[in-house]
Write a protein that binds this ligand. Structure first.
Ligand SMILES: Cc1cc2nc3c(=O)[nH]c(=O)nc-3n(C[C@H](O)[C@H](O)[C@H](O)COP(=O)(O)OP(=O)(O)OC[C@H]3O[C@@H](n4cnc5c(N)ncnc54)[C@H](O)[C@@H]3O)c2cc1C
Length: 389
């Protein structure tokens, strides 16, 4: 497979010199681990006691990683990216809510994004997080096979109804719907519910997509078993494949509670597991649709090679590549330039509420070996290319 991701001219075609400088400054800052840890703590504190730090956050991390504070803010970014063939997934990134009215608000927002996706070719998917529509502890309790009280059962019925409403609207409007993966100790209940939705709404094609976090060593097996069920019952599987964003939390909890960690034994094992899942899905693409959410160049080349080997056209609508807004533009824009289906998650929401998402991005860029230096290297190359022109 030709190596295409080093073309920085294509990667940064939409960035002005000033924007490129800002991105360089930002990645330089978040490459500094102590700075990120202290920065995260200070920012959370400042927001909690209502210090006026929103402007500073907006001008730095927020505007780099988010499309705006509401869905309408995002539209100019959506249109701009689409001029280069890169689609968007509007991601309402408000996390950590616990109240019923907040779940109903997230439901309303998700329904709105389904409508947005129906109206715009540039937005091929809608997305939501299971814990956006229901209380984390409820998923956890169900996953642990504990009996719910009658009040909890009513609460869970409302979660199921919210899922069903979003999925049925997506089905009615023919909008594919991604459902994010979260911590393993709440994921079993979410998996059962999403499978139920696939059973109901994926009869003609994949509308509902679950997420497999391939840093979990049990997920390939899970996929194969789900495939058996889907074949028997006659529904299509939609899956977003990611490596997983909660590794430290997973390992810490397993150690604390004394059970074997669900995480693969090494980065190499996770990489192999990820690529094996991609391989399995492409081998069975007649029953499946895949959204490969990754910034890993090798895994992306691997999927491109598999498509080529099987004679699958780059624009096959069962296969999508995905990255996060503000990261790995070299992958997204070069894929689009080579006519692959590619979409970027475009988070939005009030500054205070998207802080957990932003902190995860900052920590990820600090801790993932190579990610930040790769971003910095690419920006440097592009700055030099423009200067030498
Ligand atoms: C479009 C999109 C959607 C996403 N949706 C979700 C989601 O729903 N749920 C979710 O959890 N994450 C999600 N993510 C984040 C994703 O899980 C990863 O955290 C992130 O993309 C980094 O992984 P990578 O494949 O890009 O590549 P890389 O940078 O190659 O891999 C880094 C990842 O490898 C794994 N890893 C690192 N070190 C080790 C180790 N020592 N042992 C085992 N594994 C290791 C971790 O998962 C780490 O995040 C999404 C990412 C994208 C791009």
């Amino acid at each position: 497979m030709d190596k295409i991701f080093n073309n920085t001219q294509v990667a940064f075609a939409l960035k002005s010199d000033t924007e490129l400088d800002r991105a360089y400054f930002l990645f330089k800052m978040i490459s500094n681990q102590p700075l990120v840890r202290i920065g995260a703590a200070v920012t959370n504190f400042a927001l909690n006691v209502n210090l006026p730090v929103e402007g500073l956050i907006r001008a730095t991390v927020f505007d780099h990683f988010c499309g705006g504070v509401n869905e309408n803010d995002c539209l100019s970014v959506v249109d701009r990216m689409y001029t280069k063939g890169v689609s968007s997934v509007l991601d309402y990134s408000v996390e950590g809510k616990e109240e019923e009215d907040q779940f109903d608000a997230a439901l309303a927002m998700t329904l709105k994004t389904v409508e947005f996706a129906k109206e715009r070719q540039a937005i091929p998917f809608a997305v939501f997080k299971p814990t956006g529509l229901g209380r984390f502890e409820l998923y956890e309790k169900l996953g642990a096979k504990q009996t719910l009280t009658s009040k909890e059962q009513e609460e869970w019925d409302r979660v199921v109804a919210r899922f069903d409403l979003v999925c049925s609207e997506a089905h009615k409007k023919d909008v594919a719907l991604l459902i994010d993966g979260e911590e393993s100790w709440m994921q079993d209940a979410a998996d059962d519910l999403v499978t139920e939705m696939m059973r109901k709404y994926n009869k003609e094609k994949a509308i509902v997509f679950n997420t497999l976090q391939m840093y979990r060593w049990d997920r390939l097996d899970y996929l194969k078993k789900l495939h058996d069920v889907a074949k028997k019952e006659g529904f299509f599987i939609g899956m977003k494949l990611v490596r997983g964003a909660y590794m430290e939390k997973e390992n810490n909890r397993a150690e604390e509670k004394g059970y074997p960690t669900p995480i693969c034994s090494s980065k190499e094992a996770t990489d192999a597991n990820y690529d094996a899942a991609v391989h399995y899905m492409i081998d069975h693409i007649d029953n499946m649709s895949v959204f490969a959410g990754t910034h890993n160049e090798e895994s992306t080349y691997n999927l491109m090679s598999l498509m080529e080997a099987k004679g699958i056209p780059t624009k096959d609508d069962r296969i999508w590549f995905g990255q996060l807004y503000g990261m790995s533009d070299n992958i997204s824009y070069n894929l689009a330039d080579h006519h692959y289906n590619v979409a970027k998650y475009l988070p939005f929401g009030p500054v205070k509420d998207v802080m957990p998402y932003l902190i995860r991005r900052a920590e990820e860029n600090t801790s993932v070996a190579g990610q930040t230096s790769r971003e910095l290297g690419l920006i440097k190359t592009e700055r030099k290319r423009r200067k030498d022109k």
